[in-house]
Design a protein around this ligand. Sequence first.
Ligand SMILES: NC(=O)c1ccc[n+]([C@@H]2O[C@H](COP(=O)([O-])OP(=O)(O)OC[C@H]3O[C@@H](n4cnc5c(N)ncnc54)[C@H](O)[C@@H]3O)[C@@H](O)[C@H]2O)c1
Length: 438
Amino acid sequence: MRISIFGLGYVGAVSLACLARDGHQVIGSDIDQAKLELIRSGRTPVVEEGMVDLMASVAASGRVTVTTDTARAVHGSDLSLICVGTPSAANGSQDQSAVLRLTEALGRAMREKREPHVFVFRSTLVPGTVEEVLTPILERESGKTRGVDFDVCFQPEFLREGSSIRDYDRPPFTVVGARSEAGAARLKELFGHLPCEFIVTSIRAAETVKYCCNNFHAVKITFANETARLCEALGVDPFQVMDLVCRDRSLNISPAYLKPGFAFGGSCLPKDLRATMHLAKTRDVELPMLGSVLQSNRVHADRAIAKVLASGRRRVGMIGLSFKTGTDDLRESPLVLLAEQFIGKGLSLLVYDPEVHLSRLIGANRRFIESHLPHIASLMRADIESVIAESDVLVVGINDAGTLEAVARHARADQLVIDLVKLPQREALRGQVEGLCW
Ligand SMILES: NC(=O)c1ccc[n+]([C@@H]2O[C@H](COP(=O)([O-])OP(=O)(O)OC[C@H]3O[C@@H](n4cnc5c(N)ncnc54)[C@H](O)[C@@H]3O)[C@@H](O)[C@H]2O)c1
């Protein structure tokens, strides 16, 4: 394929070298003349393992040319990879000046081009940029239409500096955000051979996943480092501890606990987090990330409360009270917090939970509910039908099949259903369903 690459920093230069190695004709473009000179003479503009040899060999192959002329690069290629920098501005926002300026030039170049073209943005871009900002610029400057005269895709780059050639050849996955099959198909020709999944999604999801991955990496590093600071104060080897943490591939290093849902609760996580924070305080160890987890959890629960209050409906039916489906443990259940708040705001409340039988609650579980919801007995019903029948807004907080079936059977068209569990077949449900944040 004939490919133009704009921005020859870490991402662009490595892509140029690898694509030329794989037999493609590549035109590199950058505003920095010094980088172009280096590439033209077979030298690498970035310090990366393997790049010295690779650049020398692809330059000798004759498949690499360089130019500062944007139009020439667009006209001489079928597909463009846009890899210019998108650094932080002083206020933390993304400085998009380079990509905006370049996109205007790409659009102007497209005005004169008769053949179709695919523009693939690979720079990290805040979600919405490609569809709301860059595509309109391309259409305005070219006088042409996306999906007719040219295609636009977003393909996040996952390579890491220091191992970028290896990462280019073995990415965790290839994610392509595309509005048309044609654009995605061209990228499959280029990257479909890589030993990983090739996933086509919406442009916005592709833009977002890049941020999520980097944020997740940052959270993981900070978690390991906060753990290490606490371990040091406790005289425990942090490497041993984190190694053990990572050996659990079922709950720790796995998709477990990584699905959006309602706030956490129960008899372990909140209590152990609090104990950890207390321990850290007594040892003068600062753990800002772990210290903010309970607060974030509370913000999540508050969102459900706000949705019910905003509805203006005063008869609330809660489906579920325990902290997790399939248990009767009410200790620190966020659903109990919701019930407390609804009562405090003067709403009328009825509760159904198939696992919670007040007469059978014992020990700490019983004491917890008696102190938080002393009148719980008058609010609980043994049948879900009457809770649904006597409510204007339903809050669904558990998701066992029998309960969800009953909700689907009895919910009325005039009811608001606040979904805390990501209800399956939500569209089949009577009533107006509102997800917590989905
Ligand atoms: N560095 C990484 O490991 C990495 C990994 C994944 C994603 N990314 C993302 O990829 C993008 C590029 O990152 P990078 O580290 O390669 O950046 P970089 O700063 O090393 O390189 C950017 C290049 O773009 C050039 N440029 C600026 N304006 C231009 C224009 N109008 N026309 C042509 N070239 C222009 C600059 O001269 C520079 O050479 C960023 O959005 C970054 O967030 C980087």
